[in-house]
Write a protein that binds this ligand. Sequence first.
Ligand code: ADP
Length: 291
Amino acid sequence: TSEELRIATENYAAGMVIGKGGFGDVYKGVLNDGQVVAIKKASRRERATTFDIEIELLAKVHHSCLVNLVGYCEKDICLVFEFMANGSLGDCLFRKRSAELFSWNRRMKIALQAARGLEYLHMYATPPIIHRDVKADNILLDEGWDAHVADFGLSIYGPVGGQSHLSNHAPCGTVGYLDPEYFRSGKLTPKSDVFSFGVVLLELLSGRRAVEPDDPVSSTVAWAEERAELGDLTSILNPELMRAQADEATCRSVLADVIRLALQCVRKTGRDRPTMSEVASFLQTVVESFF
Ligand code: ADP
């Protein structure tokens, strides 16, 4: 329960600022027992209501593919999370020399772990949770480069596809990742997360950002769909990584299947997209059989 996660101010120490978020500054810190943590401090007192809602929600979920809540402190209005030593996928994936850091093997594992985290939120969390802001910046990497889904600040809870308890939330999400169906109708279902996940998968496959700063008009979804229509699926794959891959022919055919999966995830209509469970099972087979 949330009561068990309460931490007294004297039981943790916050160090340097490691990031800035919607909720407030994020610090690296340490608990009295030595566990290294990330501490999210609310910037203003008025945030207290949001804070209560976040704790209630976060205390109920726990999975190895999520950034789990370790505790919270009411006095300081802060949330304490597991520390992710390698920061966000968004910060690492598009850096120079990321091909060396992120092999196909690692990319497919990251995709699988993120899919398992979302599957858990949709299927096994009680009540079920729709993330609402799935993007590379909200997938954090631990010291072994394993992926954990983060940031449920925007999440609302169950029942999935039904009425939301927090329906006064303004529509949100991030340009480039936003489900066009949700944008049109305002109807939120887990399939919106599937769309956004599909965009992350395309980013992992292509090395292209959801929206490229020097090509803001054409999103990566539109870019990939155009190539697929031309029958040129493998031109979507990051060329630098393809050159480095020894077993190229097999690799191409397996990755072409993953591209097809990503394109199914970003279909215009939610009904036509797979569920996160289906996505995760498929990626599991890919990781086990090839990578
Ligand atoms: P927001 O509320 O805007 O979503 P984030 O949760 O994305 O804020 O946090 C902002 C930044 O802080 C992240 O991009 C990341 O660099 C860092 N950060 C957040 N949570 C953690 C964590 N658990 N471990 C390590 N760094 C983190």
